[in-house]
Design a protein around this ligand. Structure first.
Ligand SMILES: C[S@@+](CC[C@H](N)C(=O)[O-])C[C@H]1O[C@@H](n2cnc3c(N)ncnc32)[C@H](O)[C@@H]1O
Length: 267
């Protein structure tokens, strides 16, 4: 016969099978329940921390991947090989005029890439301009196109959700960048930057794919918005002033539904 291993659990089972020492047994049961409760509290307390760490890790990896992704896009494609190319950024300029654009206005183009918006703003006499983009290659292309005018804007090579700073601006313009932020943590960081940089009475103009727009761009998934759902994302700091539905025609003739929304910062 195999000798009893007499482990803790063997002894616990024998203990539970007798009717001896009921008071000791009930104390032991209470202690066990207490211990399990303590373990549960610890797990519940540290699970969110573990979750946060996982999200942080995911964001860091996504952050690095994003940079490489956009560098590759701009290194391998010409200006007219990308779906978002537009000769004249008409809707953006119209919304800026509606927000009271003058030559004194300070404008930041977030995720401006090699967009021609900055050319038009500089030609209109603005000298308080900034272009931020995750891709240095995109910024270099824009600088090359602008030539001597490239001295005017402040160029910021950064992820919009990363650590960067700028003096207060009157207009925050974003065409087709916010919709790439499908992680809620990224959107929260975007909004922190928006509130940090935009003046108290400033304007945010944000264009995204509309609900019937494409589901991906350059192979990346996007979140599509109506003006109302975008307003909900921005929260109470911003009031929706006007929105413009717009169908963008890509250089190869495909049609993409966008929505442009103009928000006033209200506090
Ligand atoms: C679809 S393109 C739009 C470019 C420009 N806004 C336009 O309308 O022509 C998206 C741009 O956002 C940049 N971008 C993507 N994710 C970004 C991020 N997290 N932070 C900053 N720029 C980003 C890309 O490098 C690219 O230039």
């Amino acid at each position: 016969m195999r000798p009893s291993r007499n482990t803790f659990w063997d002894r616990w089972r024998r203990f539970g099978a007798t009717d001896e020492c009921p008071r000791v047994r009930s104390a032991a049961v209470t202690a066990t329940v207490g211990l399990l409760g303590w373990v549960e509290i610890r797990v519940r307390r540290y699970l969110p921390v573990a979750g946060q760490l996982a999200i942080r890790l995911y964001s860091t990896i996504a952050f690095m991947d994003r940079h490489e992704h956009w560098e590759r896009v701009f290194a391998t494609k010409g200006e007219r090989d990308v779906s978002w190319f537009e000769t004249v950024p008409e809707v953006s300029l119209r919304l800026m005029e509606a927000a009271g654009l003058t030559s004194e206005t300070c404008v930041l183009d977030v995720g401006g890439g090699n967009s021609r918006l900055v050319d038009y703003l500089a030609a209109r006499g603005l000298d308080c301009l900034a272009v931020l983009d995750i891709s240095e290659a995109a910024l270099r292309q824009a600088q090359g196109r602008l030539g001597a005018t490239a001295r005017i804007p402040t160029w910021i090579a950064s992820d919009v959700t990363g650590d960067w700073s700028l003096k207060p601006m009157d207009i925050w313009h974003d065409r087709a960048v916010f919709h790439f932020l499908i992680d809620p943590g990224d959107r929260a960081r975007y909004l922190i930057r928006l509130r940090d940089v935009l003046k108290r009475d400033g304007t945010a103009i944000i264009a995204t794919f509309a609900p019937d727009g494409p589901e991906t761009c350059t192979g990346l998934p996007v979140a599509r918005y109506s003006p109302e759902s975008l307003a909900r994302e921005l929260g109470e700091t911003f009031a929706l002033v006007e929105s413009v539905p717009s169908v963008h025609v890509t250089p190869w003739g495909a049609r993409q539904s966008f929505q442009y929304s103009r928000f006033a910062r209200v506090h």
